[in-house]
Design a protein around this ligand. Structure first.
Ligand code: SF4
Ligand code: SF4
Length: 555
């Protein structure tokens, strides 16, 4: 029996899971219009590769991953793209985002696709395949799965000793992973083996909370049938035991240090629904086009549906038959989910649950009272933080101090808000502080970037000035030399040689001695006399020629 390790804190809110697990997963009917956002994952939005008027097949790529942290987006069914424009989406900011509107043709005509032989494929190819199949974390973070399978930067040889499948699903109301494990256990186990192979991981642990006995049985049976040495580990039901760091702690006793990734301590963790979608991508070549969604809360028919991505939430709540006193909808769970501004928004990869909410189900929080320093929030915090101090500094906008209290280690689980007797919406303060700090960092980066650009421009202008001055000086020097050469009538290049020759001649003349003829032979003397006589004769002839010319000119 495996030893389990407890993490500090945690709470036990009402589970409210049984309502939506009374029936099996059913397939949601095809909607008349799908709105498919190009940003359904952490990181950069995918870049549209289709345009209005295009006919697309089911599984056809419509958004190309853009940048390292990104993932592909596909047509969830066959039909016609009628628009690429900004549409309301499920986002805390309430801002619209770029979406493709797809009008289904009802044929569900697939783009041809095929399985990948993962055992004979290169690991990088497999990661690229998952990226192009749009496989991202379906537990809520929607981080591209291919990146979690890469060798860790700076630790390329770090071994993954343990691969954890997260089937804890600790948040109240949500049951999509529970139902998936009950009904698709064999595929999840095969997917786990594929990811284990890619990571070359040692052991595989499948963590499931003890409030899911049917899922535990199904997964244990699937493991036994597969013959793989995986272990299904039952963990106590406690919120937020399904958070990655807390589950890693419970199963291995290892702490993921602040600001570090699980891979840095040799552990990797995937949600069971992510593992299932990786299996579909590798074993069938299918991109991620749908997901299981829990429709629950103030509805007549709580259930889990298999829903095509892009399906409007209003179509889903209609299937659940929301009761008349429903006054808002939550995407996700009551602890970490977000209130939807409109049910016209589409279902996206992160959308694991839609809760119809009423005042009866979720009474409005009473007005917040001052903090009484009771420290209940600190006792409930699974990350060992001091929420009351973080609250104090967030409220007073002393964000540096809030950061000193490890604000960014807060996983926004809401356990502190849940137990606070003063009803202080602590998580909202932490979210606000984080967004302010991020905004300031972005502003600082933008200012640094602008300053660097300015400094480089100044440097470039100065350098160009110096280059121009150098060129001008060289030209003036050249002109001066040309003028000097023109004045002397001789090219400047040979003047130094001429000067040197003149100097040599002068030196020779100065050193020349008068010719001594005393020691010449009679024959040599006769020859010299002959030469002198010939020279004299030439001089006389030249003189008479000049006189003759002058006489002729006069006549
Ligand atoms: S639980 Fe609420 S009142 Fe108590 S210390 Fe924390 S913030 Fe203050
Ligand atoms: S929301 Fe943050 S501070 Fe509050 S309990 Fe969870 S981790 Fe701790």
């Amino acid at each position: 029996m495996r030893t389990l390790y407890q993490f500090n804190g945690g709470i036990h809110p009402p589970e409210n899971k049984e309502q939506s697990t009374q029936r099996g997963i059913t397939r949601a009917p095809l909607s008349s219009r799908l709105i498919i956002p190009f940003r359904q994952h952490a990181g950069e939005a995918a870049k549209p590769v289709v345009q209005a008027g295009d006919h697309v097949l089911k599984g056809q790529l419509i958004g190309m991953p853009c940048g390292l942290v990104s993932s592909a987006v596909h047509a969830s069914t066959s039909g016609t793209i009628t628009a690429i424009d900004m549409q309301p989406v499920a986002h805390p900011s309430g801002m619209p985002d770029l979406c493709a509107t797809l009008i289904p043709d009802g044929k569900e005509e697939w783009l041809p696709h095929e399985a990948v032989d993962y055992r004979s494929s290169d690991s990088a190819e497999l990661r690229q395949h998952l990226r192009m199949c749009g496989v991202v974390g379906l537990g809520g973070a929607v981080f591209p799965s291919d990146l979690k399978l890469r060798p860790l930067r700076g630790h390329p040889n770090k071994d993954i000793g343990t691969l954890i499948l997260n089937g804890a699903e600790c948040e109240p109301y949500i049951t999509c992973d529970d139902m998936l494990m009950r009904e698709r256990a064999a595929e999840i186990v095969q997917g786990a083996e594929m990811l284990r192979f890619m990571l070359d991981a040692g052991e595989v642990l499948i963590g499931i909370e003890d409030n899911k006995p049917q899922a535990i049985t199904a997964m244990r049976q699937a493991v036994a049938d597969s013959g793989l040495p995986f272990e299904v580990v039952v963990v106590p039901t406690i919120y937020p035991g399904g958070s990655a760091k807390q589950l890693i702690r419970m199963l291995t006793g290892l702490e993921v240090p602040s600001g570090k990734l699980p891979t840095e301590i040799g552990v990797q963790c995937f949600n069971v629904a992510t593992v299932y979608s990786a299996y579909r991508a590798l074993a069938h070549g299918e991109p991620l086009l749908s997901r299981i969604v829990t429709i629950t809360g103030n509805v007549r028919l709580p259930q889990n549906l298999k829903v095509l991505l892009g399906t409007p939430v209003q179509d889903l709540v209609a299937l659940g038959e929301a009761l008349p006193d429903t006054n808002h909808y939550i995407m996700g769970g009551p602890m970490m989910g977000m209130e939807l501004a409109s049910t016209a928004v589409p279902l996206v990869k992160a959308g694991n649950c839609i809760i119809a909410a009423s005042d009866k189900l979720f009474p409005p929080a009473p007005p917040a009272l001052p903090c009484i320093r009771c420290s209940r929030c600190a006792q409930a915090c699974p990350a060992d933080l001091q929420p009351m101090d973080m609250f104090w500094f967030s409220q007073s906008r002393e964000f540096d101090k809030a950061q000193q209290f490890s604000l960014f280690d807060c996983i926004e689980c809401g356990a502190c808000s849940y137990v606070c007797p003063s009803h202080i919406p602590l998580v909202q303060y932490f979210q606000f502080a984080k967004s302010e700090i991020r905004a300031r960092e972005q502003d600082k980066q933008a200012a640094d970037h602008a300053r660097e650009r300015h400094e480089f421009r100044e440097y470039r202008i100065e350098r160009e000035k110096q280059e121009k001055a150098g060129k001008l000086a060289a030209r003036e020097q050249s002109i001066r030399q040309s003028q000097a050469a023109a004045n002397s009538g001789i090219g400047p290049a040979i003047q130094p040689e001429i000067q040197a020759a003149i100097e040599r001649a002068r030196a020779q003349a100065a050193s020349a001695e008068p010719r001594n003829t005393d020691n010449l032979t009679p024959q040599q003397r006769a020859e010299i006399a002959g030469v002198e006589a010939r020279r004299e004769r030439v001089r006389e002839l030249a003189k008479s020629a000049v006189e003759h010319t002058n006489d002729h000119d006069k006549n």
